[in-house]
Design a protein around this ligand. Structure first.
Ligand SMILES: Cc1cc2nc3c(=O)[nH]c(=O)nc-3n(C[C@H](O)[C@H](O)[C@H](O)COP(=O)(O)OP(=O)(O)OC[C@H]3O[C@@H](n4cnc5c(N)ncnc54)[C@H](O)[C@@H]3O)c2cc1C
Length: 472
């Protein structure tokens, strides 16, 4: 096992939140290690093309590229000065709390079979979020990708998922995805949003306090208009069609209750459907450490501290809110850690700028959240033969039988009766879909480890398997 030197702070995740936390802590004199599963820093928002692709204009697909350049330059300076260690290709599967310090357990590289550990006095969890995608007939066809997945292919691999795309679902992430695909040469046959953005008017006073976010939205809106992309709001994808691969999608209008309006279905030929229904925070590491959740988010105080001493959380792990909010939270966490490690409270003057950004943007995203939600009755369109849990190939019919025929009333019982959520993803992808089809609450699953771990790694002396694997 590779054992690294002991650090003051271990930051897990090198996205906007993790990088900001590491920089703030290192600026204040802390020794920091950042671990990330990706080969480069940047996370989802600042995802860059792989070095080997030789991209000449990586900024072309990015918003706020200058901000990233300056963050990255500061990171590189700290790395060169030995104050920050940036460990790439590390998949953290568990953070172990020992008496006064933490051991971060990771697996190395794409194979994820070789272990690595880092010890530290404090930990910042900056693990970001992942996309929520709800099932519909045909969603497993090749050519149907998640909206963020399409964006990741474009930003990280410089490839288009297809030539003619429909971008659909709900939430603000659909806008940069459609604009990015179009700018890279794809034809966007339709942009389908199930929410009604006009409802944002009810939150006008919150929105106008965030002019930069409004300008960003307007910029994407203008890009869609310039490219004459047909935009349909209060519409949803009903079905994806194709034999062997996606050939078309059927979309339909929604009524005020979120049900399909009869007679409005329309078939749109396409070879790609980029679809997303919002995002969920990554909470596995926090839950395994016994941090309390606030709904689906890691609960934090004003300094981004969780209720477990020595553990901070920042960015989308604490609530979905975009890169700027993630950076502000990361900065507060890093400043707080650096002060608390010295036994002091952070200076309120150095926190205040980031705190006001955090206050404004949390209010902004709370308003956004009330407007962008999947259609209330989406599960009614999921046919019995639709596969809902892809890992275990469990259909909607089997889930309904578990509820109606066998009396399952919660996600755990549905899982035990059908195996839905028992596969490789451990319900990370399918849990909202299974819960919606079953008509039960989408409880936050508690998983012992954040990644699948090889048995020989678990069996190594000193690993936390024996004590900790007792969780559900
Ligand atoms: C696929 C996808 C694409 C997106 N594209 C955009 C976009 O184009 N525009 C936009 O405005 N927003 C986009 N977002 C939203 C984006 O998540 C936020 O705006 C922002 O990046 C959040 O910052 P963060 O630091 O909290 O998390 P992230 O940027 O998600 O960074 C978290 C980092 O933690 C790492 N990580 C997570 N778990 C582990 C672990 N167990 N071990 C090791 N490393 C781990 C990840 O590899 C990642 O690098 C996207 C989101 C997703 C999921």
């Amino acid at each position: 096992m590779n054992s690294a030197e002991h650090q003051d702070l271990a930051v897990i995740g090198a996205g906007p939140a993790g990088v900001a936390a590491a920089l703030a802590a290192a600026d204040a004199g802390a020794r920091v290690t950042i671990l990330d599963s990706a080969p480069q820093a940047g996370g989802q928002f600042y995802r860059r093309p792989a070095a080997g692709l030789g991209a000449r204009r990586p900024q072309a697909l990015h918003h706020a590229w200058g901000t990233w350049q300056s963050l990255n330059a500061r990171l590189r300076a700290h790395v060169e000065a030995g104050r920050v260690r940036h460990v790439t290709d590390r998949h953290v599967w568990f953070v172990e709390r020992l008496e006064t310090r933490f051991t971060v357990h990771a697996l190395i590289g794409p194979e994820q079979t070789e272990p690595d550990t880092v010890t530290a006095d404090a930990v910042v969890l900056a693990t970001g979020g992942y996309e929520k995608v709800l099932p519909f007939p045909g969603w497993t066809l090749p050519g149907v990708v998640t909206a963020g997945g399409a964006q990741a292919m474009l930003k990280g691999g410089l490839v288009l998922p297809g030539r003619t795309a429909v971008v659909a679902g709900t939430g603000p992430l659909l806008m940069p995805v459609a604009a990015g695909l179009a700018a890279a040469g794809a034809t966007i046959a339709a942009y389908i949003e199930s929410a009604d953005p006009k409802s944002l008017a009810r939150h006008a006073s919150t929105l106008v306090r965030n002019p930069a976010k409004l300008a960003e939205g307007a910029q994407y809106g203008a890009a869609l208009a310039r490219r004459r992309i047909p935009v349909r709001t209060r519409h949803t994808v009903v079905r994806a069609h194709g034999t062997g691969r996606l050939e078309a999608v059927t979309v339909a209008a929604l009524d005020a209750d979120g049900r399909i309006r009869p007679g409005t279905a329309r078939r749109i030929p396409c070879d790609t459907l980029a679809v997303g229904h919002g995002m969920l925070p990554h909470t596995d590491l926090a839950q395994a450490l016994d941090c309390t959740l606030d709904g689906v988010n890691v609960a934090v105080d004003d300094e981004q501290r969780t209720d477990v001493p020595g553990v901070w959380a920042a960015g989308e792990a604490t609530g979905i809110g975009g890169a700027v909010l993630s950076r502000a939270e990361g900065e507060i966490a890093g400043l707080s850690v650096a002060a608390r490690l010295l036994g002091a409270a952070p200076d309120p003057r150095v926190l205040s700028a980031a705190e006001s950004v955090r206050t404004r943007l949390r209010a902004f995203f709370a308003a956004i959240d009330t407007v962008y939600a999947p259609p209330a009755h989406w599960a009614e369109s999921v046919t019995d033969d639709t596969v809902v849990c892809r890992c275990e190939e469990v259909t909607a019919g089997e889930i309904r039988e578990a509820v109606d025929g066998l009396g399952a009333g919660d996600l755990r019982t549905v899982k035990l009766l059908t195996r839905a959520g028992m596969g490789w993803c451990q319900g990370r992808v399918c849990a909202p879909g299974v819960a919606g089809v079953a008509g039960c609450p989408a409880d936050t699953a508690r998983r012992p480890f954040a990644r699948p771990v090889p048995l020989d790694v678990l069996a190594q002396p000193g690993n936390p398997s024996r004590n900790e694997a007792s969780h559900d």
